[in-house]
Design a protein around this ligand. Structure first.
Ligand code: SF4
Ligand code: SF4
Ligand code: SF4
Length: 293
């Protein structure tokens, strides 16, 4: 009984429609799972006659239809196999991230490393409500990061270098936003149309389009669900270190000021003064970290 209540405290137990059964949700930051962990899930599911597992929208695995009387035993086996359980109640829930520079040729940032680092810092931290964090390594937004309480997007701002542009038009072809034109044999960029995806930088064979270090645009206040909302731009910074400091500041702000009985996003403009927080945020970062929006 003692172990069972500890399992419930880990936040990954979901009671099913038939109250004799429950679902266990695993904690898998960025959906990364080792072959051994996958095998273990399969073997445990088979042992308890569970004929399927569910891959969730937050990149984790749920093991459904566990008899409540076997919950303690199943949980113990999962923990022994190197899994962790959690991420369903009011806490920082499973961090989602796209593959990023690990394997996507469009990526501007190492989203997997960042996801693991954020998870390491906030694993099972109690919060006043669910805190969802998602990371996409470019504006293609494969994780729909702006629909999370905290969204992080990797950017690359193209800068025209000195040199002889051949006017070949390759970068124009690659830009899906029509933000580049060739006029009189030279490129002209329209920054208002540019999403800072960085594709043109990678396309120019002559290296005439360059970029400063990648940037991280951070949004706050997005959500999915019944009343979806796109998060508001909070800050754009130029290092992973600064991103982690921004996430630290947001978690601290929410933990201290948000009420327990209301979804976090609904408190913006009431208990949570977004504009004041946004204005004071740069003071918490190393000089030179903030990129002009
Ligand atoms: S968000 Fe961009 S970098 Fe990440 S997987 Fe999608 S296309 Fe690749
Ligand atoms: S960064 Fe992307 S959107 Fe901006 S000009 Fe280059 S290709 Fe176009
Ligand atoms: S910037 Fe590079 S890719 Fe674009 S037109 Fe000039 S030479 Fe071609």
């Amino acid at each position: 009984m003692k172990t069972k209540s500890r399992i419930y405290e880990m936040g990954g137990v979901i009671t099913e429609a038939d109250g004799d059964y429950c679902t266990l949700r695993l904690r898998l930051p960025a959906g990364i799972v080792t072959p051994d962990q996958l095998i273990a899930v399969g073997q445990i599911a088979q042992k308890y006659n569970i004929d399927n597992v569910h891959l969730t929208t937050r990149q984790t695995i749920e093991i459904p239809h566990i008899k409540v009387i076997q919950l303690e035993e199943v949980s113990r086996e999962l923990l022994a196999s190197g899994h962790d359980i959690g991420a369903e109640r009011a806490e920082v829930v499973n961090i989602t991230a796209c593959p990023g520079t690990d394997r996507c040729k469009l990526a501007n940032i190492d989203s997997l490393r960042l996801a693991k680092e954020i998870d390491k810092r906030y694993f099972r931290k109690d919060m006043p409500g669910k805190m969802r964090i998602a990371i996409s390594a470019c504006p293609n937004a494969c994780t729909s990061e702006t629909l999370n309480e905290i969204g992080i997007t990797g950017l690359r701002n193209p800068i025209r270098e000195n040199g002889t542009c051949t006017g070949c038009g390759t970068c124009v072809q690659f830009c899906r936003e029509n933000a580049i034109e060739v006029r009189d044999g030279r490129i002209v960029m329209d920054k208002k149309l540019c999403l800072e995806c960085g594709t043109c930088v990678r396309s120019c064979l002559y290296g005439l389009l360059q970029s400063e270090t990648a940037a991280y645009r951070i949004t706050f206040g997005g959500r999915r669900g019944r009343h979806p909302k796109v998060g508001m731009h909070l800050i754009t910074v130029n290092s992973e270190e600064a991103v982690l400091l921004v996430v630290d500041a947001i978690i601290d702000w929410i933990y201290r000021f948000a009420r327990l009985d209301v979804p976090i996003v609904s408190q913006i403009g009431k208990d949570l003064n977004f504009e004041e927080f946004k204005a004071n945020l740069p003071k918490k970062l190393p000089p030179g970290s903030v990129v002009a929006a």
